[in-house]
Design a protein around this ligand. Structure first.
Ligand SMILES: [Mn+2]
Length: 462
């Protein structure tokens, strides 16, 4: 077998010391690293007391005045767990308000933040909108909503150019909070801990399992002591309380064992949630999200089990488990079919002659929900960057000007490509996106668009 050592073996080290120092942990830090404690959890105050106070005040005012609020659920496992944590937490303290005044929205596709819901939210005129795990850079939508008096709380971990002047932004990347490896669910949990501290309560402790799952799914680095500790603690069997996590653990116990590990969760829990988000119907997504909500998970619903009797009922969380399996199987099937189709394209078009695997397809040939997964597989199999791009034809108006006045407008069809791309560490193309962006020819705003003139560059130059 061919292998390459990360670093030369140090004879004085134990196996554990060698492995951990190879991964960037200093020798003297190893005892601490292997024995993290609650002391490694940061104080929520490190987000800045001012912003926490403003957020808590907006929330308490909304609840105290019995006004309406909405939570925007971000479209991935970290997003689902963040929003579920927040709703569960609020329900513990203010159940009546949550039942009567708190709504949540799931995106139709893989959108993030406010773009798809802003019009609707404007009409509904909420007093408060909370966006866990997204929204930091939705400046224009913050401005539109704040103009009608809606307050916005962002509980996010994504980089943004600036702190929005129209929203209350709690974000570890945009503050002095020391752990940059805390995902949306961690930020949301810290906000709940801050509310706990105001009320002299300890409700947030109940939700460490959701924190562990979201952190794992978002691939936050375990080199961070806080992140590592939260994941270990959250997956401690004594801390598994969430209905979704508990049931999926029980159902897959032969794979997950008696104690969920971050490795186990990354392979046998998070992919189910991500499959639902990518390939589930809106109804399927709703059922799975509800199965993470304490107030919804155990309600009885009409059974959808094969061969069920008329009027037969089952618990929502049981139904959610079946949906997870079905959708994951459906996704695997679509993925296999897509791979087969693209493999034959690679062969007939001799695409392996190029350093970058560039697959250009017609609309409808590749389901965009699996394009990223398939690009990953091809990247690993053929050891080179891979792009799977679908042709987009758009009519554009071209104006001819005379003395600065338009005199003639004609419609032309503009062709570009949109899809998924993956770099390849093994051949030194780590920041593929940046390399492409460096050409000045790609656009990343509305998904990834690739105008025609970048294509020769992609397939040959790198
Ligand atoms: Mn996230």
């Amino acid at each position: 077998m061919k292998y390459k050592l990360i670093k030369p073996v140090n004879e004085k080290y134990t196996a554990l010391e060698q492995v951990l120092t190879n991964r960037g942990i200093k020798l003297e830090d190893i005892p601490h690293y292997c024995n993290t404690t609650d002391e490694d959890i940061n104080s929520p105050l490190l987000f800045g007391e001012e912003v926490l106070k403003n957020a808590a005040a907006a929330l308490v005012k909304c609840i105290g005045s019995s006004l309406n609020a909405a939570v925007i659920v971000d479209a991935d496992c970290d997003g689902f767990t963040s929003s579920a944590l927040l709703i569960n937490y609020l329900y513990d303290i203010w159940p009546t308000w949550v039942i009567n005044h708190l709504t949540w929205y799931l995106h139709n596709g893989k959108q993030h933040g406010l773009s798809d819901y802003c019009d609707l939210l404007e009409k509904a005129h909420y007093d408060l909108i909370v966006i866990p795990d997204a929204g930091s850079n939705d400046y224009i939508y913050h401005e539109r909503l704040s103009a009608i008096g809606t307050k916005i709380i962002i509980l996010d971990h994504h980089e943004a150019d600036e702190i929005s002047p129209y929203a209350i932004v709690i974000n570890n990347q945009l503050s002095d909070y020391p752990n940059k490896q805390l995902s949306g669910v961690g930020v949301t949990w810290q906000f709940c801990r801050y509310i706990d501290s105001l009320l002299g309560k300890n409700y947030a402790e109940q939700y460490l399992d959701l924190v562990a799952l979201g952190l794992t799914a978002d691939m936050q680095s375990l080199l961070s002591l806080e992140t590592k500790h939260l994941i270990n603690k959250g997956f401690d069997p004594e801390n598994i309380h969430n209905p979704f996590i508990y049931h999926i653990w029980q159902k897959n116990q032969f794979k997950l064992g008696d104690h969920i590990t971050s490795w186990g969760a990354a392979f046998y829990i998070a992919p189910f949630v991500n499959a639902i988000v990518r390939s589930g119907t809106q109804e399927e997504k709703e059922i799975v999200f509800k199965s993470m909500l304490n107030k919804e998970a155990f309600q009885m619903v009409l059974s959808t089990k094969r061969g069920h009797l008329l009027g037969e009922q089952e618990q929502l969380v049981e139904q959610a488990m079946r949906i997870c399996t079905n959708v994951k199987n459906r996704q695997t099937r679509i993925q296999d079919e897509t791979m087969q189709f693209l493999e034959s394209k690679i062969e007939t078009e001799h695409l392996l002659d190029n350093k970058v695997l560039l697959l250009l397809v017609e609309p409808g040939q590749v389901d965009r929900n699996v394009a990223g997964l398939v690009a990953n597989k091809f990247m690993a199999k053929y050891q080179r960057p891979c792009c799977i791009l679908t042709k987009v034809e758009e009519p554009v108006e071209v104006k001819t000007y005379k003395d600065n006045y338009p005199v003639l407008a004609t419609m032309i069809t503009q062709i570009s490509y949109q899809g998924s791309a993956r770099g390849c560490d093994k051949v030194g193309v780590t920041e593929f996106k940046d390399i492409c962006a460096g050409t000045g020819l790609t656009m990343y705003t509305a998904g990834q668009r690739w105008p025609l003139n970048i294509l020769p560059f992609i397939s040959g130059v790198i």
